[in-house]
Design a protein around this ligand. Structure first.
Ligand code: ADP
Ligand code: MG
Length: 443
């Protein structure tokens, strides 16, 4: 493809094709999704890890008070959460912090020491004290192989985390040791949750129709309850008929990557991994759009070749910038880009839309795959609990996911409700703590 092959309009329609997810593609993707789910549940090689979470859905009668720590890919949230046993959840204190870079890239010990310090500050700030012990539920948004509800080995970092000495280690033990080092040994870690599982549990506590949890933030992932008998690799006799499966769907490898995806993947810290995540989640959408825009400038279809260097830094264009564009604003001033013609402005807006639309359509296909796995002909209602800033804040994202579900499932898509559960990832780990405590009592 040479520059001369395209005018701007020609390039944009080419781009649409490159980023399209048709209904026909989707049928193949769903088939591949189901195959990978099967393999993952059987413990065979699969791009979907299908990790049992050692917890079943709550009844809504569980009670308790928990300190919650939610380590996401961008933010760390600490909360005090109380469940009243009647389906109500009270969040009485919340602290949110952006995770500093030195925590992401330093040593694991420093990472957990920082988390422990944040917990100490949280106790001070919200005047929490006076009890002999506190129960802490830990939401950890990275792939962990769980061996029990209170232990999990980090399989590998995602979302550009690199903290050393954590992969292969039990993250609960690391947090507990850090709490002791910081003189907070009176805090007991009683539950470890994946963020998707937390999100599902937070909604399910008061809504029995909720049977899927999805994260669309820095990264993306999903979970659903699976009959224990269908989890061939699961040998624990256990207490639950159903347990929640953390799919790690960001790893799904059955999507066709285009040249921009391939270049992004190659340049990333984890090439060959997390294909779906790299095409969908907030960490990457800005970077995909940046690569597209740079390509347009290089080909001479935008800016007449000027302004290229302003956008040459990897990951400088962020998904938040795409949100601005979708709201009719722009990022040009921040990047020192001047003299943008109306045509260029429209073209950039269209390029950003194409990239974000594909993300939402992939999420739609993936949700359809999971819901039809649970309920082939969609005979029941399904509430999908969704947390994450991309889903929450990107204009029109949720509608685009819903439109894809309609394209795929027709009227039956009405059975699927997409519900934002803000901070659900953290709140739900308190529900998990309470489910565990009540199942111990009933043993
Ligand atoms: P975490 O992934 O740490 O749990 P969030 O769910 O808040 O945290 O997701 C943060 C990510 O969401 C950011 O890295 C960014 O990619 C994306 N994001 C944040 N704000 C916006 C926005 N206004 N529009 C689109 N995406 C956003
Ligand atoms: Mg999160």
């Amino acid at each position: 493809m040479k520059n001369s092959d395209y005018g701007l309009d020609g390039f944009l329609s080419h781009l649409k094709g490159v980023f399209s997810i048709t209904v026909e593609d989707s049928r193949d993707i769903i088939k591949a999704f189901h195959q990978e789910m099967n393999l993952g549940l059987a413990g065979m090689n699969s791009s979907l890890k299908m990790i049992p979470s050692f917890v079943g859905p709550p009844k809504g009668t569980e009670k308790g008070r928990y300190i919650v720590v939610d380590l996401g890919g961008t933010n760390i949230r600490i909360m005090s959460v109380e469940l009243d046993g009647k389906g109500n959840i009270d969040v009485s204190a919340v602290s949110r912090l952006v995770i500093p870079n030195e925590m992401i890239c330093g040593t694991g010990e420093a990472l957990f020491d920082h988390i422990a310090e944040y917990i100490g500050h949280f106790f001070e700030k919200h005047h929490i004290g006076g009890q002999k012990t506190y129960d802490l539920a830990f939401t950890f948004s990275f792939p962990i192989e769980q061996h029990s509800l209170v232990s999990g080995i980090l399989i590998g970092w995602t979302k550009n985390f690199t903290a050393s000495g954590v992969v292969g280690k039990d993250v609960v033990a690391m947090l507990s040791e850090a709490l002791k080092r910081k003189n907070m040994g009176f805090i007991n870690v009683v539950a470890l949750a994946n963020d998707t599982v937390g999100t599902l549990m937070a909604r399910r506590y008061s809504d029995p129709s909720c049977d899927m949890g999805v994260i669309i933030g820095t990264g993306t992932n999903a979970c659903y309850p699976e009959k224990t008998s269908r989890i061939l690799k699961y040998t624990d006799p256990g207490t639950f008929e159903e347990i929640i499966i953390n799919m790690e769907w960001g790893g799904f490898a059955g999507l066709k990557m285009n040249i921009y995806d391939q270049a992004l993947d190659l340049a990333s810290g984890n090439p060959g991994m997390q294909h779906l995540e790299k095409m969908v989640s907030g960490m990457y959408l800005g970077e995909i759009a940046r690569r597209v825009i740079v390509d347009m400038i290089t080909r001479g279809v935008l800016f007449c070749g000027s302004n290229l260097s302003a956008l040459s830094g990897e990951y400088t264009l962020r998904t938040e910038h795409l949100s601005l564009v979708a709201q009719g604003s722009d990022f040009f001033e921040e990047f020192g880009i001047t003299d943008v013609s109306e045509t260029d402005r429209m073209a950039i807006s269209e390029a950003c839309r194409i990239v974000s639309t594909r993300s939402a359509r992939i999420v739609g296909v993936a949700i359809a795959a999971v819901v039809t796995w649970m309920d082939k002909s969609l005979e029941r209602n399904h509430t999908v609990a969704i947390d994450g800033a991309l889903f929450e804040k990107y204009p029109g994202y949720s509608d685009c996911v819903a439109d894809m579900l309609h394209e795929l499932l027709g009227e039956r898509a009405e059975r699927i409700r997409l519900e934002l559960v803000k901070d659900g990832s953290g709140i739900g780990s308190a529900v998990i703590g309470a489910v565990a405590a009540s199942s111990c009592r009933h043993r």
